[in-house]
Design a binder for this molecule. Structure first.
Ligand code: SAH
Length: 276
């Protein structure tokens, strides 16, 4: 696979795949592609390339191909913008032309904000990435192509793609920042691949309080309030019922009940009414 690659201009040793001997670990990892490959055509700004690498790392994409990056490669500031996603940059490969960058792919999806009038399938990200996930599952290598910051992709470049992906954006402001476009596709890839599990959940750390605990809290609260002279005698029952409703609406956990009871005890101690 590496033999097909011809790089434009010099590249850092660390970023140069030719610095790896064939048969090394990096080669065998590379041959098992489990995510789509991101191809940036003539990207200009180091910030965007770095932020692309970061977005890719966020969503589990790792192979980045750069076609003739403007003003050479590597770029100053790219690592800073990647904010730690340097493994993506380290493995990034640079190509002189788009045909070389896509030679080994089985399918290519072009992202664009503009209608191209080409006889090509046009998809929203979600169905496009569903197809990508399905095809990667069959062992295919799939590329996602992104255009230049200023002018996007040319019609000729789009014509090399199997399908177009466009985002459901507003009429007035359809063009996303390059790295944000990569981020959006990365996110949809993760969802389509069934990998979009949350890293943590908001599950309750304490189980719901038993009714026994809750009823005993009501009793404590009402006794404390009684001692504090809170109830007008004729309204005691209705106020007590309203307060029980309030507490029910909180769906209290065991911990909530313990905390509330502790608070009542403290108030009782302070006011010298001695609840328990
Ligand atoms: N001004 C350019 C857009 C450049 S944005 C133009 O008019 O085409 C850089 C790249 O991000 C685009 O080439 C495309 O790959 C991607 N992108 C930006 N907005 C997009 C959108 N609404 N839908 C799909 N891809 C988009």
């Amino acid at each position: 696979m590496w033999q097909n690659r011809r790089r434009a201009g010099p590249c850092l040793v660390a970023l140069c795949p030719s610095s790896l001997p064939p048969g090394s670990a990096a080669f065998s990892v590379e041959s098992v592609v489990t995510a789509p490959i991101v191809i940036l055509v003539e990207p200009q700004l180091a910030e965007n390339i770095g932020m692309t690498a970061r977005a890719m790392a966020n969503f589990g994409l790792s192979e980045l191909r750069l076609v003739a990056p403007k003003n050479g490669w590597p770029k100053k500031g790219v690592r800073e913008a990647a904010s730690g996603a340097t493994h993506v940059l380290d493995r990034a490969t640079v190509y002189a032309t788009l045909p070389e960058a896509i030679a080994d792919l089985h399918a290519l999806f072009a992202t664009t904000a503009r209608e191209r009038g080409q006889m090509k399938r046009v998809h929203a990200p979600e169905p496009a990435l569903a197809e990508v996930a399905e095809r990667i599952g069959r062992g295919e290598r799939i590329g996602l192509m992104f255009g230049r910051e200023r002018v996007g992709l040319t019609n000729d470049e789009v014509s090399l793609a199997d399908a177009i992906v466009t985002f459901p954006v507003t009429e007035e402001f359809p063009s996303l920042n390059l790295a944000q476009a990569v981020l959006l596709m990365g996110y949809e890839w993760r969802r389509a691949a069934g990998l979009a599990t949350l890293r943590f959940s908001g599950e309750m750390l304490s189980p719901p309080a038993t009714r026994e605990a809750l009823l005993s809290l009501f009793a404590n609260l009402e006794a404390t309030l009684e001692r504090a002279g809170f109830y007008a005698p004729e309204k005691r029952e209705i106020i007590a019922r309203n307060m029980r409703d309030m507490l029910h609406r909180m769906s209290m956990t065991e911990q909530d009940v313990r905390t509330f009871r502790g608070a009542l005890r403290a108030l009782d101690r302070k006011t010298g009414t001695g609840a328990e």
